[in-house]
Write a protein that binds this ligand. Sequence first.
Ligand SMILES: Cc1ncc(COP(=O)(O)O)c(C=O)c1O
Length: 387
Amino acid sequence: MIDDQRGPATRAIHGRPAPAGRGQPLVQPIVSATTFAFETADELGRTMAGELPGHTYSRLANPTVEEVGRVCAELEGAQDGQAFSSGMAAIATTLLSLLRPGDRLLAATQLYGNTYSLIERHLRPFGIDVAYVDATDLLAWEKPARVLYAETIANPGFPVADLGALAQRKGEGLLVVDNTFASPVLCRPLEHGADLVCHSATKYLNGHHDVTAGVVCGSRELVGRVRDTLTDLGGVLDPFPAYLLRRGLKTLGLRVARHCENALVLATFLDQHPAVERVHYAGLPGFPQHELARRQLDGFGGMMAVEIAGGREGGERFMNGLGLAARATSLGGVETVVHHPASTSHRHYPPERLAEIGISPGLVRVSVGCEDAADIVADFARALARL
Ligand SMILES: Cc1ncc(COP(=O)(O)O)c(C=O)c1O
Protein backbone atom coordinates (compact mmCIF):
# COMPACT_ATOMS: atom_id res chain seq x y z
CA MET A 1 0.00 0.00 0.00
CA ILE A 2 1.21 3.51 -0.82
CA ASP A 3 2.09 5.64 2.22
CA ASP A 4 0.22 8.73 1.10
CA GLN A 5 -2.22 10.83 3.10
CA ARG A 6 -3.59 12.75 0.12
CA GLY A 7 -7.37 12.74 -0.33
CA PRO A 8 -9.14 11.05 -3.26
CA ALA A 9 -9.80 14.27 -5.19
CA THR A 10 -6.09 15.20 -5.08
CA ARG A 11 -5.07 11.68 -6.05
CA ALA A 12 -7.51 11.67 -8.97
CA ILE A 13 -6.20 14.99 -10.27
CA HIS A 14 -2.47 14.46 -9.73
CA GLY A 15 -2.11 10.70 -9.91
CA ARG A 16 1.38 9.50 -9.06
CA PRO A 17 4.10 12.16 -8.93
CA ALA A 18 5.52 12.53 -12.44
CA PRO A 19 9.26 12.16 -13.01
CA ALA A 20 11.01 15.50 -12.57
CA GLY A 21 11.91 17.41 -15.72
CA ARG A 22 11.54 20.83 -17.28
CA GLY A 23 8.73 21.61 -19.71
CA GLN A 24 6.88 18.32 -19.20
CA PRO A 25 3.28 18.31 -20.50
CA LEU A 26 0.91 18.85 -17.58
CA VAL A 27 -1.51 16.26 -18.96
CA GLN A 28 -0.59 12.89 -20.42
CA PRO A 29 -0.55 13.24 -24.23
CA ILE A 30 -2.23 10.74 -26.54
CA VAL A 31 0.49 8.43 -27.79
CA SER A 32 -1.27 6.76 -30.70
CA ALA A 33 1.77 4.81 -31.90
CA THR A 34 1.34 1.05 -31.93
CA THR A 35 5.08 0.50 -32.11
CA PHE A 36 8.24 2.20 -30.84
CA ALA A 37 11.63 2.46 -32.59
CA PHE A 38 15.06 1.69 -31.07
CA GLU A 39 18.69 2.44 -31.95
CA THR A 40 19.72 -1.20 -31.93
CA ALA A 41 18.16 -4.65 -32.20
CA ASP A 42 19.63 -5.51 -28.81
CA GLU A 43 17.92 -2.53 -27.16
CA LEU A 44 14.57 -3.52 -28.67
CA GLY A 45 15.03 -7.11 -27.54
CA ARG A 46 16.03 -6.16 -24.00
CA THR A 47 13.19 -3.67 -23.68
CA MET A 48 10.73 -6.32 -24.86
CA ALA A 49 12.16 -8.74 -22.30
CA GLY A 50 11.60 -6.13 -19.56
CA GLU A 51 15.34 -5.72 -18.90
CA LEU A 52 15.24 -2.07 -19.98
CA PRO A 53 12.41 0.40 -19.28
CA GLY A 54 10.39 1.61 -22.27
CA HIS A 55 7.63 0.71 -24.68
CA THR A 56 7.80 -1.61 -27.64
CA TYR A 57 4.29 -2.46 -28.79
CA SER A 58 1.04 -0.95 -27.58
CA ARG A 59 -0.73 -4.24 -26.83
CA LEU A 60 2.00 -4.82 -24.26
CA ALA A 61 2.14 -1.27 -22.88
CA ASN A 62 1.31 2.23 -24.04
CA PRO A 63 2.19 5.47 -22.18
CA THR A 64 -1.33 6.98 -22.34
CA VAL A 65 -2.94 3.76 -21.18
CA GLU A 66 -0.36 3.19 -18.44
CA GLU A 67 -1.17 6.58 -16.94
CA VAL A 68 -4.79 5.44 -16.36
CA GLY A 69 -3.56 2.33 -14.55
CA ARG A 70 -1.25 4.43 -12.36
CA VAL A 71 -3.96 6.93 -11.38
CA CYS A 72 -6.45 4.16 -10.57
CA ALA A 73 -3.81 2.36 -8.49
CA GLU A 74 -3.23 5.61 -6.66
CA LEU A 75 -6.96 5.94 -5.99
CA GLU A 76 -7.34 2.35 -4.80
CA GLY A 77 -4.18 2.47 -2.64
CA ALA A 78 -2.67 -0.27 -4.81
CA GLN A 79 0.89 -0.93 -5.94
CA ASP A 80 -0.17 -1.34 -9.56
CA GLY A 81 -3.11 -0.90 -11.91
CA GLN A 82 -3.94 -1.95 -15.46
CA ALA A 83 -6.53 -0.50 -17.84
CA PHE A 84 -8.63 -2.65 -20.23
CA SER A 85 -10.93 -2.12 -23.18
CA SER A 86 -14.05 -2.68 -21.00
CA GLY A 87 -15.09 -3.69 -17.52
CA MET A 88 -15.88 -7.17 -18.81
CA ALA A 89 -12.39 -7.45 -20.35
CA ALA A 90 -10.95 -6.54 -16.93
CA ILE A 91 -13.10 -9.08 -15.07
CA ALA A 92 -12.67 -11.91 -17.60
CA THR A 93 -8.92 -11.42 -17.84
CA THR A 94 -8.60 -11.33 -14.05
CA LEU A 95 -10.61 -14.49 -13.44
CA LEU A 96 -8.88 -16.36 -16.27
CA SER A 97 -5.49 -15.44 -14.87
CA LEU A 98 -6.32 -16.65 -11.34
CA LEU A 99 -8.36 -19.82 -11.93
CA ARG A 100 -7.38 -23.24 -13.26
CA PRO A 101 -9.62 -26.27 -13.97
CA GLY A 102 -10.73 -27.82 -10.69
CA ASP A 103 -10.39 -24.57 -8.70
CA ARG A 104 -13.42 -23.32 -6.85
CA LEU A 105 -14.85 -19.88 -7.53
CA LEU A 106 -17.19 -18.71 -4.79
CA ALA A 107 -19.19 -15.77 -6.09
CA ALA A 108 -21.89 -13.57 -4.65
CA THR A 109 -25.41 -14.39 -5.81
CA GLN A 110 -25.97 -10.75 -6.72
CA LEU A 111 -23.69 -10.14 -9.69
CA TYR A 112 -23.69 -7.94 -12.74
CA GLY A 113 -25.48 -9.92 -15.49
CA ASN A 114 -22.52 -10.39 -17.83
CA THR A 115 -20.22 -11.40 -14.96
CA TYR A 116 -22.75 -14.11 -14.18
CA SER A 117 -22.89 -15.24 -17.82
CA LEU A 118 -19.07 -15.10 -18.07
CA ILE A 119 -18.95 -17.54 -15.14
CA GLU A 120 -21.74 -19.80 -16.38
CA ARG A 121 -21.02 -19.83 -20.12
CA HIS A 122 -17.24 -19.73 -20.09
CA LEU A 123 -15.63 -20.51 -16.72
CA ARG A 124 -17.85 -23.41 -15.67
CA PRO A 125 -17.43 -25.27 -19.01
CA PHE A 126 -13.64 -24.93 -18.57
CA GLY A 127 -13.85 -26.94 -15.37
CA ILE A 128 -14.11 -24.22 -12.75
CA ASP A 129 -16.13 -25.43 -9.77
CA VAL A 130 -18.58 -22.56 -9.26
CA ALA A 131 -20.70 -21.91 -6.16
CA TYR A 132 -22.82 -18.89 -5.28
CA VAL A 133 -23.68 -17.45 -1.89
CA ASP A 134 -25.61 -14.42 -0.83
CA ALA A 135 -23.11 -11.61 -0.28
CA THR A 136 -24.94 -10.60 2.89
CA ASP A 137 -24.98 -14.15 4.30
CA LEU A 138 -21.46 -14.39 5.69
CA LEU A 139 -21.71 -17.81 7.32
CA ALA A 140 -22.28 -19.29 3.88
CA TRP A 141 -18.82 -18.06 2.79
CA GLU A 142 -17.08 -20.69 4.94
CA LYS A 143 -16.26 -23.02 2.00
CA PRO A 144 -12.63 -22.75 0.88
CA ALA A 145 -12.19 -21.33 -2.61
CA ARG A 146 -9.36 -20.26 -4.88
CA VAL A 147 -11.22 -17.03 -5.63
CA LEU A 148 -13.98 -15.24 -3.71
CA TYR A 149 -15.75 -12.72 -5.90
CA ALA A 150 -18.17 -10.00 -4.79
CA GLU A 151 -19.32 -6.51 -5.72
CA THR A 152 -18.97 -3.75 -3.10
CA ILE A 153 -22.51 -2.64 -3.90
CA ALA A 154 -24.54 -4.89 -6.22
CA ASN A 155 -27.62 -4.70 -8.42
CA PRO A 156 -30.61 -4.41 -8.16
CA GLY A 157 -31.36 -3.92 -4.45
CA PHE A 158 -27.85 -2.56 -3.75
CA PRO A 159 -26.78 -5.06 -1.07
CA VAL A 160 -23.44 -4.04 0.44
CA ALA A 161 -20.83 -6.80 0.80
CA ASP A 162 -19.01 -6.77 4.16
CA LEU A 163 -15.53 -6.77 2.66
CA GLY A 164 -13.62 -6.96 5.94
CA ALA A 165 -15.57 -10.03 7.02
CA LEU A 166 -15.13 -11.65 3.59
CA ALA A 167 -11.38 -11.01 3.71
CA GLN A 168 -11.20 -12.71 7.12
CA ARG A 169 -12.89 -15.77 5.66
CA LYS A 170 -10.91 -16.05 2.45
CA GLY A 171 -8.28 -18.39 3.96
CA GLU A 172 -5.75 -19.28 1.27
CA GLY A 173 -7.98 -17.85 -1.45
CA LEU A 174 -7.95 -14.47 -3.14
CA LEU A 175 -10.72 -11.92 -2.68
CA VAL A 176 -11.59 -10.09 -5.90
CA VAL A 177 -14.01 -7.18 -5.63
CA ASP A 178 -15.90 -5.30 -8.34
CA ASN A 179 -15.93 -1.77 -6.94
CA THR A 180 -17.77 -0.14 -9.86
CA PHE A 181 -20.82 1.16 -7.99
CA ALA A 182 -18.88 2.61 -5.04
CA SER A 183 -15.83 4.02 -6.86
CA PRO A 184 -12.56 4.38 -4.92
CA VAL A 185 -13.81 7.70 -3.56
CA LEU A 186 -16.33 5.84 -1.39
CA CYS A 187 -14.58 2.53 -0.81
CA ARG A 188 -11.12 1.08 -1.31
CA PRO A 189 -11.54 -2.70 -1.01
CA LEU A 190 -7.79 -3.34 -0.64
CA GLU A 191 -7.94 -1.46 2.67
CA HIS A 192 -10.46 -4.08 3.82
CA GLY A 193 -8.29 -7.03 2.81
CA ALA A 194 -9.27 -7.61 -0.85
CA ASP A 195 -6.49 -8.78 -3.18
CA LEU A 196 -7.67 -7.33 -6.49
CA VAL A 197 -10.20 -4.64 -7.37
CA CYS A 198 -11.98 -4.47 -10.74
CA HIS A 199 -13.97 -1.63 -12.24
CA SER A 200 -16.12 -0.95 -15.17
CA ALA A 201 -14.38 2.39 -15.78
CA THR A 202 -17.23 3.04 -18.23
CA LYS A 203 -19.19 4.17 -15.16
CA TYR A 204 -18.05 6.54 -12.37
CA LEU A 205 -14.33 6.52 -13.16
CA ASN A 206 -14.92 8.09 -16.55
CA GLY A 207 -18.25 9.62 -15.63
CA HIS A 208 -19.38 11.06 -18.97
CA HIS A 209 -21.09 8.17 -20.80
CA ASP A 210 -18.52 8.38 -23.60
CA VAL A 211 -15.84 5.77 -22.86
CA THR A 212 -15.97 1.98 -22.51
CA ALA A 213 -13.09 0.82 -20.32
CA GLY A 214 -12.09 -1.33 -17.37
CA VAL A 215 -9.43 -1.33 -14.68
CA VAL A 216 -7.82 -3.82 -12.29
CA CYS A 217 -5.70 -2.76 -9.29
CA GLY A 218 -3.76 -4.72 -6.68
CA SER A 219 -0.28 -5.89 -5.75
CA ARG A 220 2.52 -5.71 -8.33
CA GLU A 221 2.64 -9.49 -8.40
CA LEU A 222 -1.08 -10.09 -8.99
CA VAL A 223 -1.56 -7.25 -11.47
CA GLY A 224 1.54 -8.54 -13.27
CA ARG A 225 -0.14 -11.94 -13.64
CA VAL A 226 -3.32 -10.34 -14.94
CA ARG A 227 -1.27 -8.20 -17.36
CA ASP A 228 0.45 -11.31 -18.75
CA THR A 229 -2.97 -12.82 -19.46
CA LEU A 230 -4.10 -9.53 -21.02
CA THR A 231 -1.17 -9.72 -23.41
CA ASP A 232 -2.51 -13.07 -24.63
CA LEU A 233 -6.22 -12.20 -24.63
CA GLY A 234 -5.75 -8.73 -26.07
CA GLY A 235 -8.50 -6.71 -24.37
CA VAL A 236 -6.31 -3.61 -24.24
CA LEU A 237 -7.58 -0.05 -24.03
CA ASP A 238 -6.93 2.24 -26.97
CA PRO A 239 -4.94 5.47 -26.27
CA PHE A 240 -7.75 7.87 -27.23
CA PRO A 241 -10.39 6.50 -24.81
CA ALA A 242 -7.56 6.20 -22.26
CA TYR A 243 -6.98 9.95 -22.65
CA LEU A 244 -10.69 10.67 -22.20
CA LEU A 245 -10.80 8.40 -19.16
CA ARG A 246 -7.78 10.15 -17.63
CA ARG A 247 -9.55 13.46 -18.20
CA GLY A 248 -12.77 12.12 -16.64
CA LEU A 249 -10.84 10.88 -13.62
CA LYS A 250 -9.69 14.40 -12.78
CA THR A 251 -13.19 15.32 -11.60
CA LEU A 252 -14.00 11.99 -9.91
CA GLY A 253 -13.87 13.47 -6.40
CA LEU A 254 -16.13 16.39 -7.32
CA ARG A 255 -18.57 14.24 -9.23
CA VAL A 256 -18.94 11.50 -6.64
CA ALA A 257 -19.56 14.06 -3.87
CA ARG A 258 -22.30 15.59 -6.01
CA HIS A 259 -23.81 12.20 -6.97
CA CYS A 260 -24.05 11.35 -3.24
CA GLU A 261 -25.59 14.70 -2.30
CA ASN A 262 -28.17 14.57 -5.09
CA ALA A 263 -29.04 10.92 -4.46
CA LEU A 264 -29.77 11.53 -0.78
CA VAL A 265 -32.07 14.45 -1.64
CA LEU A 266 -33.91 12.40 -4.28
CA ALA A 267 -34.15 9.26 -2.13
CA THR A 268 -35.58 11.25 0.79
CA PHE A 269 -38.17 12.84 -1.51
CA LEU A 270 -39.16 9.53 -3.13
CA ASP A 271 -39.30 7.71 0.21
CA GLN A 272 -42.13 10.00 1.32
CA HIS A 273 -44.08 9.95 -1.94
CA PRO A 274 -47.41 8.05 -1.91
CA ALA A 275 -46.94 6.63 -5.45
CA VAL A 276 -43.62 5.04 -4.43
CA GLU A 277 -43.83 1.69 -2.69
CA ARG A 278 -40.18 1.38 -1.69
CA VAL A 279 -36.84 3.07 -2.17
CA HIS A 280 -33.64 1.01 -2.03
CA TYR A 281 -30.85 3.40 -1.11
CA ALA A 282 -28.04 2.71 1.34
CA GLY A 283 -28.24 6.29 2.65
CA LEU A 284 -31.78 5.89 4.01
CA PRO A 285 -31.84 4.88 7.70
CA GLY A 286 -34.38 2.12 6.91
CA PHE A 287 -32.05 0.41 4.38
CA PRO A 288 -31.25 -3.08 5.76
CA GLN A 289 -27.47 -2.51 5.63
CA HIS A 290 -27.42 1.15 6.43
CA GLU A 291 -25.02 0.63 9.36
CA LEU A 292 -22.58 -1.48 7.32
CA ALA A 293 -22.73 1.11 4.53
CA ARG A 294 -21.92 3.85 7.08
CA ARG A 295 -18.94 1.87 8.34
CA GLN A 296 -17.52 0.76 5.02
CA LEU A 297 -18.32 3.60 2.63
CA ASP A 298 -17.30 7.26 2.70
CA GLY A 299 -20.72 8.18 1.30
CA PHE A 300 -23.76 6.30 0.02
CA GLY A 301 -23.27 6.73 -3.71
CA GLY A 302 -25.49 7.75 -6.57
CA MET A 303 -27.37 4.53 -7.29
CA MET A 304 -30.86 3.67 -6.06
CA ALA A 305 -33.87 1.62 -7.05
CA VAL A 306 -37.45 2.76 -6.73
CA GLU A 307 -40.50 0.48 -6.67
CA ILE A 308 -43.41 2.27 -8.25
CA ALA A 309 -47.03 1.40 -7.39
CA GLY A 310 -48.90 -0.19 -10.32
CA GLY A 311 -46.34 -2.89 -11.14
CA ARG A 312 -44.63 -3.12 -14.50
CA GLU A 313 -47.08 -0.76 -16.20
CA GLY A 314 -46.62 1.78 -13.40
CA GLY A 315 -42.84 1.53 -13.69
CA GLU A 316 -42.88 2.01 -17.45
CA ARG A 317 -45.38 4.88 -17.31
CA PHE A 318 -43.30 6.58 -14.65
CA MET A 319 -40.15 6.27 -16.75
CA ASN A 320 -41.91 7.58 -19.84
CA GLY A 321 -43.06 10.62 -17.85
CA LEU A 322 -39.53 11.73 -17.04
CA GLY A 323 -38.12 14.60 -19.07
CA LEU A 324 -34.69 15.40 -17.64
CA ALA A 325 -33.61 11.84 -16.76
CA ALA A 326 -32.61 9.74 -19.76
CA ARG A 327 -34.06 6.27 -20.34
CA ALA A 328 -30.82 4.38 -20.89
CA THR A 329 -28.99 1.39 -19.57
CA SER A 330 -25.67 2.56 -18.17
CA LEU A 331 -24.85 4.43 -14.95
CA GLY A 332 -22.31 6.56 -13.15
CA GLY A 333 -22.28 9.52 -15.57
CA VAL A 334 -23.11 13.17 -14.97
CA GLU A 335 -26.54 12.73 -16.58
CA THR A 336 -29.33 11.16 -14.50
CA VAL A 337 -30.29 7.87 -16.12
CA VAL A 338 -33.21 5.53 -15.40
CA HIS A 339 -33.51 1.90 -16.34
CA HIS A 340 -36.48 -0.50 -15.99
CA PRO A 341 -35.01 -4.01 -15.59
CA ALA A 342 -38.35 -5.84 -16.04
CA SER A 343 -38.89 -4.42 -19.54
CA THR A 344 -35.25 -4.18 -20.68
CA SER A 345 -32.24 -6.07 -19.33
CA HIS A 346 -34.36 -8.72 -17.56
CA ARG A 347 -37.37 -8.82 -19.94
CA HIS A 348 -36.88 -12.54 -20.70
CA TYR A 349 -37.11 -13.52 -17.03
CA PRO A 350 -40.41 -15.03 -15.86
CA PRO A 351 -42.01 -13.10 -12.95
CA GLU A 352 -40.99 -15.76 -10.34
CA ARG A 353 -37.30 -15.50 -11.30
CA LEU A 354 -37.49 -11.70 -11.23
CA ALA A 355 -38.91 -11.89 -7.71
CA GLU A 356 -36.16 -14.31 -6.65
CA ILE A 357 -33.41 -11.86 -7.62
CA GLY A 358 -35.27 -8.95 -6.06
CA ILE A 359 -36.62 -7.25 -9.18
CA SER A 360 -40.27 -6.33 -8.68
CA PRO A 361 -42.17 -5.51 -11.92
CA GLY A 362 -42.35 -1.82 -11.01
CA LEU A 363 -38.71 -1.44 -9.99
CA VAL A 364 -36.84 1.39 -11.68
CA ARG A 365 -33.09 1.78 -11.25
CA VAL A 366 -31.85 5.34 -11.00
CA SER A 367 -28.31 6.53 -11.55
CA VAL A 368 -28.53 10.00 -10.06
CA GLY A 369 -26.49 12.53 -12.02
CA CYS A 370 -24.74 15.78 -11.19
CA GLU A 371 -27.50 18.17 -12.30
CA ASP A 372 -29.04 20.55 -9.74
CA ALA A 373 -30.87 18.47 -7.13
CA ALA A 374 -34.00 20.66 -7.36
CA ASP A 375 -34.28 19.96 -11.12
CA ILE A 376 -33.94 16.20 -10.64
CA VAL A 377 -36.58 16.19 -7.88
CA ALA A 378 -38.93 18.36 -9.99
CA ASP A 379 -38.58 15.93 -12.92
CA PHE A 380 -39.40 12.92 -10.72
CA ALA A 381 -42.27 14.78 -9.00
CA ARG A 382 -43.83 15.60 -12.40
CA ALA A 383 -43.54 12.01 -13.61
CA LEU A 384 -45.09 10.65 -10.38
CA ALA A 385 -47.91 13.19 -10.51
CA ARG A 386 -48.88 11.88 -13.97
CA LEU A 387 -49.36 8.29 -12.80
C1 LIG B 1 -20.98 -3.73 -11.65
C2 LIG B 1 -20.54 -3.86 -13.08
N1 LIG B 1 -19.44 -4.56 -13.36
C3 LIG B 1 -19.00 -4.72 -14.62
C4 LIG B 1 -19.68 -4.17 -15.70
C5 LIG B 1 -19.17 -4.37 -17.09
O1 LIG B 1 -18.55 -3.22 -17.54
P1 LIG B 1 -18.41 -2.81 -19.10
O2 LIG B 1 -19.79 -2.52 -19.59
O3 LIG B 1 -17.52 -1.62 -19.05
O4 LIG B 1 -17.79 -3.98 -19.79
C6 LIG B 1 -20.83 -3.41 -15.45
C7 LIG B 1 -21.58 -2.81 -16.57
O5 LIG B 1 -22.66 -2.30 -16.41
C8 LIG B 1 -21.28 -3.26 -14.10
O6 LIG B 1 -22.38 -2.57 -13.81
